[in-house]
Design a protein around this ligand. Structure first.
Ligand code: ATP
Length: 276
């Protein structure tokens, strides 16, 4: 059970109001996407959720317990996945169990069988079991990010946070990574909060949407309400042409069996994204 409550969250950096009285609740198992232009407060929101920033006012609660320090049951995936190039996909995934092992045990890979099986299971979830021994530096950016997801899963979280996890990937890899994230959250019943720049990706994979603009929450709703008016509310008068695929084209979620898709139709849907 992991319900996330964001309650009257304000974060100021000097004169800058990064978040202004933001409140919402994410029920257990929901896959939520946070959208907004650069500087709207997405990263600050996620960082507050993981206690990497301290709120100026308000608080975050997980199952009614205020978040005051990083928690083992909250895993965070970053844009720069920070995996170790020289290590294999398997060894990188296994580092997700660091919270349960001493540093020396981890260094010598003396983790228990359960942790090792969990690393293999996580690699299977992200479609990389057959690449387990592959050195990370020989993997593509998308594969490396999937290793980052596997490592987060080995942490055994109930909540998955991802701050622009596909910002540096090409459209096809972005689709795949989002697909695997969605599959992982669904299979393990994780609550997920993902920040994204790309509207089409958000719409394709998201279930719940939180829109931020200049630190304020300007939208909070589900797929059926997430229309062009909402996009305008979030993005204002910037050119949104091409950010929104025609109705139906991007409405289906990923195929959980593939963790997304490489097929041409979905790649086309992404091409209509923001290109960021
Ligand atoms: N550590 C900090 N010190 C000072 N100002 C900060 C700090 N972190 C964020 N800000 C400011 O807070 C505001 C929100 O930033 P934030 O990084 O949360 O936005 P964002 O929506 O994640 O942007 P991007 O999409 O570019 O990552 C911005 O004006 C930013 O300059």
């Amino acid at each position: 059970m992991s319900r996330i409550t964001v309650d009257g969250l304000t974060k100021r950096f000097g004169e800058t109001v990064a978040l202004d009285d933001v409140s919402f609740e994410i029920p257990q198992g929901e896959f939520a996407i946070v959208l907004g232009v650069s500087g709207s407060g997405k990263s600050t929101l996620l960082r507050c959720m993981n206690a990497l920033e301290t709120p100026t006012e308000g608080e975050i609660r997980i199952d009614e317990t205020p978040v005051t320090s990083p928690r083992d049951d909250v895993a965070m995936i970053f844009q720069q996945h920070n995996i170790i190039d020289q290590m294999s996909a398997y060894s990188n995934a296994l580092t997700g169990s660091l919270n349960r092992n001493t540093f020396l045990d981890s260094l010598l890979q003396r983790q228990g069988e359960a942790d090792k099986l969990q690393a293999l299971d996580a690699l299977e979830t992200v479609g990389l079991l057959d690449q387990a021994q592959q050195s990370a530096q020989r993997m593509s950016g998308g594969q490396q990010q999937r290793v980052g997801i596997a490592r987060a899963l080995v942490q055994d979280p109930t909540i998955l946070l991802a701050d622009e996890p596909v910002a540096s990937l090409d459209p096809g890899s972005s689709q795949q990574v989002m697909g695997y994230l969605r599959t992982a959250a669904r299979e393990r019943d994780l609550s997920a909060v993902i920040s994204l720049h790309q509207v089409n990706l958000a719409r394709k994979f998201g279930e719940r949407f939180i829109g931020l603009r200049e630190g304020e929450k300007v939208f909070d709703g589900y797929r059926d309400e997430f229309d062009m008016d909402v996009i305008d509310r979030i993005y204002g008068d910037i050119d949104t042409e091409g950010m929104f695929a025609p109705e139906g084209e991007a409405a289906d979620g990923p195929d959980p069996s593939t963790g997304g898709s490489d097929d041409a139709s979905t790649t086309r849907a992404t091409d209509g994204g923001t290109g960021q």
